[in-house]
Design a binder for this molecule. Structure first.
Ligand SMILES: [Zn+2]
Length: 421
């Protein structure tokens, strides 16, 4: 590490309290689906404070409707957007970089399992607690202040740097997709998801779908005279579990150590409204992972065939078939080469900071990488802080790992884009 780089690292250290404070201010905004206005405002204000010019990138379903990566949704995009700031280059000759982070979080329910208010962040013993702290507002703070550290060190860069705070990573990926479609991409894309100090070279595909079905209502004095819609859901869920095992029976190409990557989950179930009435309506919502190389149409057909076969084996469902609707995520999986210039540099930076290179990793969840890998230039990976209890109670993020991420990103900028004194 040369003296310039040491200066950059020193700036990140001096910015530690501001990085933690920014993380906390982001966490304090309960940015669940449809409630992102507050967190977007915090992000925009921070960009302005750091001398950047934020712009809004809308998610326009009409513009994106024909795009293969767009997940149609039943909710509105009115007043909801992504925030992007492009820091122009100070000189020529470098390679551009883009840092992307999502600002949306999943629901903290059930609140009773938390030891504290999930949206009132607390720092304790080197951890920051709160919904979204780990996934992934700490990463957003780290990437934002990585750029600030370079600026504060008095350095310019020989290529533009883009900072992106997006929405809907947790349900569609439409936010990051809209940014790519609007032309925001770079020679290297880094996403500080809280997956640790590794280089993600692949992830599963993910789709969401809803299954609805009807039964026959009747008073419970004669339950056998009715048809219980909730119990019929159980038949279909069992069939989907068998399908999940079929999908996972094949080893992941080139990564046999990753066991069972394509997980199935029933995440929501609704049905009935009275304990003493046989329920006549029920629906359940699912998430199914699928292997890189499988198309959305292929997984969709497999789900539909599985439901149809299970329904055909039941006399009521055969005559009253369930309705399957795909919505939100239709994100493809991917596997890309580890041997790319940006990934090699990232690993070198990590080695210079902590003494060991970055290991290669695969994610059994989707991330916004898919927008950049499939529809952008493609040299994109995740490298970020370490956290615990994502999507669960008492989510927390390790503060030292946030600072490490900021240092890694700052040094990466200096070397990749080219620092100018
Ligand atoms: Zn995330």
């Amino acid at each position: 590490m040369n003296s310039l780089e040491k200066k950059i690292i020193g700036e990140v250290d001096s910015l530690e309290s501001e990085i933690v404070d920014f993380t906390a201010r982001l966490v304090a905004q309960p940015s669940t689906l449809g409630n992102e206005a507050g967190v977007l405002e915090v992000m925009e204000q921070e960009m302005v404070k750091l001398g950047l010019t934020p712009q809004k990138v809308e998610i326009d379903p009409e513009v994106l409707a024909g795009h293969p990566g767009f997940g149609p949704v039943p909710w509105s995009y009115e007043g909801r957007y992504n925030v992007v700031a492009v820091r122009p280059a100070d000189a020529e000759g470098g390679k551009s970089a883009l840092f992307n982070g999502h600002l949306d979080v999943v629901s903290p329910e059930p609140l009773g399992r938390w030891n504290r208010d999930p949206f009132d962040p607390v720092v304790e013993d080197g951890w920051l607690y709160g919904r979204g702290g780990s996934d992934m507002k700490a990463g957003v703070a780290a990437m934002t202040y990585a750029l600030q550290a370079v600026q504060k060190a008095g350095l310019g860069l020989s290529a533009p740097v883009t900072l992106e705070g997006v929405i809907e990573e947790e349900c569609t990926g439409n936010g990051a997709l809209a940014c790519v479609v609007a032309g925001h991409d770079a020679d290297a894309v880094l996403i500080p998801e809280p997956l640790g100090q590794s280089i993600l070279t692949g992830q599963v595909g993910v789709c969401w779908f809803k299954v609805s079905l009807g039964g026959v209502p009747i008073h419970v004095l004669d339950t056998h005279g009715g048809v219980n819609a909730i119990e019929k859901c159980c038949l279909l869920i069992q069939a989907l579990r068998v399908m999940e095992e079929e999908i996972n029976a094949e080893p992941l190409p080139g990564l046999p150590q990753v066991v069972h990557p394509a997980n199935f989950n029933v995440g929501v179930i609704n049905g009935g409204d009275w304990p003493s009435t046989v329920p006549a309506m029920a629906e359940f919502h699912c998430r199914q992972g699928f292997m890189p190389g499988t198309s959305f149409d292929q997984i969709k057909a497999k789900v539909e065939q599985t439901i149809a076969a299970a329904a055909a084996a039941d006399s009521w469902l055969a005559a009253n078939p369930p309705v399957v609707e795909f919505y939100a995520f239709r994100s493809l999986g991917h596997r890309i080469s580890r041997d790319m210039p940006a990934f090699n540099l990232l690993s070198d930076v990590k080695k210079d900071l902590v003494g060991s290179p970055a290991e290669e990793a695969f994610s059994t969840a989707t991330t916004d990488l898919r927008a950049f890998v499939h529809y952008g230039k493609g040299q994109a990976t995740c490298y970020g802080p370490e956290g615990e209890n994502m999507h669960a109670d008492n989510e927390r993020v390790d503060i030292a790992s946030i600072i490490h991420t900021a240092k890694t990103y700052a040094l990466f900028l200096a070397r990749w884009c080219g620092a100018v004194e």
